[in-house]
Ligand binder design. Structure first.
Ligand code: MG
Length: 372
């Protein structure tokens, strides 16, 4: 059975946020801008996907605004009116477009939704997911004081989250991490620098190395793997790469030079679910643990990420904050729940969640429909 895409609706959306997250690259805006892709087929099916880049280019070069434009001008026209039989064929339609991974990932996610509906096979099963539930950890931003941080960690652990990730930056590293380790000696703890350090800062990491951390995420430059390999040789704690891994090729090169011992896989950052699955398979072959990260997607983006996170080699807790942690309200109704640090994997057809279309409309900042 083939799928013929007839039209693609793009929505640039702003979801009001009730709290913010501070990382080494800055504070998130007070609204989450994201792009929702609505794909319609000749059979009358409708699939949803999300390109969840940020409003500003401080995580990657892409923003929600570049996603919207690249989808409108370059990606959507390449997939309209072409009958395709598989995700691989669909993605081949825009293989000549370089980069723009987040933009591509939203389009591909909408196709998975349609494919699941057309085939009557659940999205999790289509993707090769095996788990019924996924363990979730929580990321805690840079706080105003160590006391505030300890209170936050305590609250999250009481809620049952399976690991705690502390955002760090120069000047907010050893002292807060030691304090948390001292107060919670048993907790599964990791840090994420979002690329804020240089190889010359390796003394900080030598000290963090003795604090029994699960991993140190993206300590050095956002596009680097060479210096990460040098740093990894000095540390017993595994380095986890996030920003630096943009593709299967990039992941293979990082593993080959020993730049990391763990990979954080975000389908958006690597161009879509298909590439995320390929990186998953690579990690499995190498015996390298991996996990699924998040970009504060709405429930639409989370739905497919949860299915991806149910693949077997994603053995470490995922970043999957419930929408209620940051958003005024979600784009799916009901939103997904995290209970005792566990999220249930949708077993149904398609997204597995009902899109709240009135709210999607209310939060829309701009929209357009691309047809042949
Ligand atoms: Mg990260």
């Amino acid at each position: 059975m083939s799928v013929l895409v007839e039209s693609i609706e793009l929505r640039l959306v702003g979801i009001p946020m009730t709290r913010s997250l501070r990382t080494s690259t800055g504070v998130m805006e007070n609204s989450k801008t994201t792009v929702i892709v609505v794909l319609r087929t000749s059979e009358g099916l409708k699939g949803f996907g999300e390109s969840a880049a940020q409003g500003s280019p401080t995580y990657s070069e892409e923003t929600s605004y570049t996603c919207y434009e690249v989808l409108r001008r370059h990606l959507c026209p390449r997939v309209l009116g072409r009958a395709v039989f598989s995700v691989g064929e669909f993605v081949d339609g825009y293989r000549d477009v370089r980069g723009n991974q987040f933009a591509k990932s939203g389009l591909e996610a909408a196709f998975w939704d349609v494919l699941s509906q057309q085939s009557g096979v659940g999205m999790k099963t289509l993707m090769g997911g095996t788990r019924h539930e996924v363990e979730v950890g929580e990321a805690i931003g840079i706080c105003d004081s160590v006391d505030a941080l300890l209170a936050e960690v305590d609250a999250r652990l009481r809620e049952g989250y399976k690991r705690v990730k502390l955002k760090i930056q120069p000047g907010w590293d050893l002292e807060p991490v030691r304090a948390v380790r001292g107060a919670f000696p048993e907790c599964r703890l990791m840090v994420d620098a979002n690329g804020a350090y240089h190889l010359s800062d390796s003394r900080v990491f030598a000290r963090l190395d003795s604090l029994n951390l699960m991993m140190i995420e993206q300590p050095l430059g956002y596009a680097d793997i060479v210096d990460h390999a040098a740093l990894q040789r000095q540390l017993a704690t595994p380095i986890c790469l996030d920003e630096s891994i943009r593709s299967l090729e990039g992941a293979r090169q990082a593993l080959q030079i020993g730049a990391c011992g763990v990979i954080n896989v975000k389908p958006g950052r690597v161009g879509g679910v298909l590439e995320a699955i390929r990186i998953h398979d690579l990690c499995m072959a190498w015996g390298v643990p991996a996990w699924v990260g998040g970009m504060m997607e709405s429930g639409i983006g989370r739905a497919s990420n949860i299915c991806v996170a149910s693949l077997p080699a994603f053995s470490l807790p995922a970043d999957m904050s419930p929408a209620s942690m940051y958003f005024e309200s979600d784009l799916v109704e009901p939103t997904f729940a995290v209970e005792e640090g566990i999220v249930q994997v949708p077993e149904g057809i398609g997204l597995g969640f009902e899109v709240a279309e009135a709210r999607l409309q209310a939060y829309t900042l701009a929209s357009t429909t691309v047809t042949e």
